[in-house]
Design a protein around this ligand. Structure first.
Ligand SMILES: Cc1cc2nc3c(=O)[nH]c(=O)nc-3n(C[C@H](O)[C@H](O)[C@H](O)COP(=O)(O)O)c2cc1C
Length: 211
């Protein structure tokens, strides 16, 4: 009996640890190279025809770092945010599942095992493109702002991140389309969002379809 009393909390902790999905470490971002800024700006555009080719972990990691990674020792990021609240989270949906980008550790935290790409929008290319990012504002991180300011600032902050993604894609020869046409309710449910987490936009990324 005494051994059972000792073992049960140990077994419980072991069960919790085993069931917790492990974070996926992304390769260290490559901060050298890429096209010069003026050339990337010249080539920045929306593309809606994607090849099904997957992004390698290195390219996906570079994309996420460029979008919203930590670029200074004090934790500041590649995009600005109102009051440095850093309220935007990037959810990443691929054929292998859904994740949230942990910028501090440059890793992906699993959210769902299912392929949720088709839920991120209604346009036909969405389910086939390898990556659909979902920009989610966590209003809980926005302190005592009014609701109007929460919406206003989180939308503006998302815009900076989305432009980083567009410029990275222009530099890397990737196609991208930022999207407001998102059925937010079912997607929020599938991503297990709290009511104070709001989906702002989606962003489809992949290699352009071969002509
Ligand atoms: C806030 C926002 C929402 C958008 N929503 C969609 C969308 O739902 N679907 C889509 O195909 N394109 C969408 N776009 C892309 C625009 O249609 C595109 O940026 C515009 O046609 C200009 O083209 P360009 O990006 O190549 O300059 C959106 C762009 C922005 C900025």
């Amino acid at each position: 009996m005494r051994i059972l009393r000792f073992l049960s909390p140990v077994l419980l902790i072991a069960a919790v640890l085993c069931s917790a999905e492990e974070a996926i470490q992304l390769p260290k971002p490559q901060m050298e190279g890429g096209k010069p800024l003026m050339q990337a700006l010249k080539e920045r555009k929306t593309g809606r025809e994607f090849s099904p080719e997957k992004l390698s972990p290195q390219v996906l990691g570079n994309l996420l770092w460029a979008a919203w990674g930590v670029n200074r020792p004090d934790g500041h990021r590649t995009a600005p945010s109102a009051g440095n609240r850093q309220e935007i989270e990037i959810y990443v949906t691929t054929a292998d599942g859904a994740y949230v980008y942990d910028a501090t550790n440059h890793s992906l935290l699993p959210v769902a095992k299912e392929d949720l790409r088709g839920l991120t929008g209604k346009q036909p290319f969405v389910a086939q493109a390898p990556v659909n990012l979902v920009y989610v504002a966590d209003f809980a991180k926005m302190g005592k702002s009014t609701d109007e300011n929460k919406i206003f600032y989180s939308a503006a902050d998302t815009g900076f991140i989305a432009q980083n993604v567009y410029l990275f894609c222009a530099s890397e020869g990737l196609a991208a389309v930022v999207r407001g046409m998102v059925d937010r309710e079912p997607l929020a449910k599938a991503l297990k969002l709290r009511p104070d987490q709001r989906i702002i936009l989606s962003h489809t990324v992949g290699y352009p379809a071969k002509k």
